[in-house]
Ligand binder design. Structure first.
Ligand code: COA
Length: 479
């Protein structure tokens, strides 16, 4: 990893780790069993520090972050939350384009940017300036991973080809998000909804009699960023054995298709007959040759629907998702006041129910409409009936349990004030996430040049004077 502990520090840590166990006879016995340490494939002895107080999972990993917009920044934000030192390289004067997109507070970084770039440091470098290239080469030598999501070919055009990077630092992992993998579309630029459409999500989302739909969850951008983060930590793990870096590529189309995997499953099932858990089966509508849109149906032996609760449809979110899970069918019949359905052969088995889902959910909805979504949830949960209220973003923002777990966090920012963000959704018991505000453009330029690259004040001044770290002067129009 980027920073190695000195032998002295390691020795000290080892001594500290042993100290507490020497105190009791039982503990001494534990120390006398070196075989246990050998068995663990050369891993260090289990830390004696309390969980959460022995550093962060990716401590010591340094990331050269060339990402912008959403997919790449999602990935590097996660790595930063796990403790990696993420150095975001931005174009002087402009930075990540999202700093200025969908601005709600004048002259302050947008929520689009601040919510995707926590815990990172920012340095401005003109990657096309000769002096800027030299700085980048030095950073490549000092980092473990380069992450980028430029349009195809842009990194090469900067001179940062795989061959160049691998020669400069053979240990470096180069991780990229692109719209498509190798093939007919590999040169295309891609944004979220393009990926949803080309990855099989849009054709299978929405209602059968309506157009394809994109979803609000950013499965193309954030979803691919998540895939990339997994690729990176996996490559880092392999590097501990091979000593060398590798390329990690996540195409957004592939990421979306991976998340739409069950729809490719259904595509193949079509050859063997109708998809009996889809509403259209019960409605007697024949299937075509491709997986159709299934509205809000959920599949298998556990059919589900979104049903109206008290207040709907005036309140757009007064709905609940209700699953008629087979093992709790009898409880469902009792709750909705249809005890006869428990033994009636027309309703008693999942197979018998499949052609009648519209009628069954219609009856359940008569019951849910007598309760608000939270009352319905409370009653159904008593019987282990799987269900979930449709929560609005307002309700989620105000949810105190999400605040307690750090899934929703309030962050203080010097130019925009307080804002809400989604914290780290992945909770590690020994690597606790602290969400720190996103950096201002170029906020850490000097710090990175002196602390990471160990450049003298004189050299830093020379690089600055060359114009490699600042936006070119605007030409006087009158001249
Ligand atoms: N210094 C100098 N130039 C810089 C720079 C820096 N620090 N950082 C970026 N640039 C330049 C790039 O070199 C590129 O120049 P070039 O085209 O002359 O080679 C230019 O900025 C624009 O980069 P590009 O990635 O093409 O941005 P774009 O705004 O035109 O396209 C996307 C945006 C998202 C469509 C495109 O980057 C893309 O398809 N990315 C891959 C898929 C992806 O991640 N999409 C989801 C985004 S959430």
């Amino acid at each position: 990893m980027a920073k190695k502990k000195s032998k002295k520090t390691v020795k000290k840590a080892k001594i500290a780790a042993r100290k507490p166990v020497r105190k009791t006879a039982k503990a001494t016995k534990a120390v006398k069993r070196p075989a246990a340490a050998k068995k663990s494939n050369g891993l260090p002895k289990p830390s004696s520090k309390p969980f959460g107080l022995d550093g962060k999972a990716l401590q010591g990993v340094r990331i050269l972050d060339f990402t912008h917009v959403q997919s790449g920044p999602t990935c590097t934000q996660l790595l930063a939350w796990f403790g990696a030192d993420v150095i975001k390289v931005e174009r002087p004067g402009i930075g990540d384009i999202t700093r200025g997109q969908l601005r709600d507070v004048p002259n302050a970084d947008s929520l689009y940017f601040t919510m995707l770039n926590h815990n990172k440091r920012s340095i401005t470098i003109d990657s096309k300036h000769p002096q800027g290239k030299r700085v980048l080469d030095e950073l490549i030598k000092s980092c473990d991973v380069l992450v980028e999501n430029f349009a195809p070919g842009a990194l090469d055009r900067m001179g940062l080809t795989w061959d160049h990077i691998h020669k400069t630092n053979p240990r470096m992992i180069v991780a990229s998000v692109k719209g498509f993998g190798p093939g007919p579309y590999e040169d295309c630029k891609v944004y979220e909804n393009v990926a949803q459409c080309t990855g099989g999500s849009a054709s299978t989302t929405g209602f059968r009699d309506g157009p394809p739909l994109v979803t609000g969850a950013q499965i193309g951008d954030s979803g691919t960023g998540l895939h990339l983060a997994l690729g990176i930590v996996t490559a880092l793990f392999q590097r501990t054995r091979t000593g060398r870096g590798q390329k990690v590529l996540c195409a957004m189309q592939d990421g979306v298709l991976n998340l739409a995997r069950v729809k490719l499953r259904d595509q193949q099932r079509l050859k063997h007959g109708p998809l009996t858990e889809y509403s259209q089966y019960g409605e007697g509508i024949p299937f075509g040759d491709a997986t159709p849109r299934a509205g809000n149906d959920s599949g298998g032996g556990q059919p589900g629907r979104i049903l109206m609760c008290k207040g709907a449809p005036d309140d757009p979110n007064a709905y609940i998702y209700f699953i008629t899970q087979a093992p709790v069918w009898e409880a469902i019949c009792d709750v909705i006041g249809e005890p006869g359905w428990k033994t009636d052969p027309e309703y008693a088995t999942p197979k018998a129910r499949l052609p009648k889902l519209n009628q069954i959910f219609g009856r359940i909805e008569q019951w849910t409409m007598t309760k608000n979504k939270f009352e319905a949830m409370e009653i159904l949960n008593k019987y282990d009936i799987p269900c979930g209220p449709i929560l609005s973003m307002k309700e989620l923002a105000e949810d105190q349990s999400l605040r307690k777990t750090g899934t929703v966090v309030e962050v203080e920012h010097p130019t925009r004030g307080k804002y809400l963000s989604v914290g780290n959704p992945i909770k590690l018991s020994d690597s606790v996430t602290e969400v720190k505000r996103s950096p201002l453009l170029g906020e850490h330029t000097d710090e990175i040049l002196s602390d990471v690259l160990k450049l003298s004040a004189k050299t830093i001044a020379e690089i600055k004077a060359s114009g490699a770290l600042s936006a070119p002067e605007k030409k006087d129009k009158a001249a």
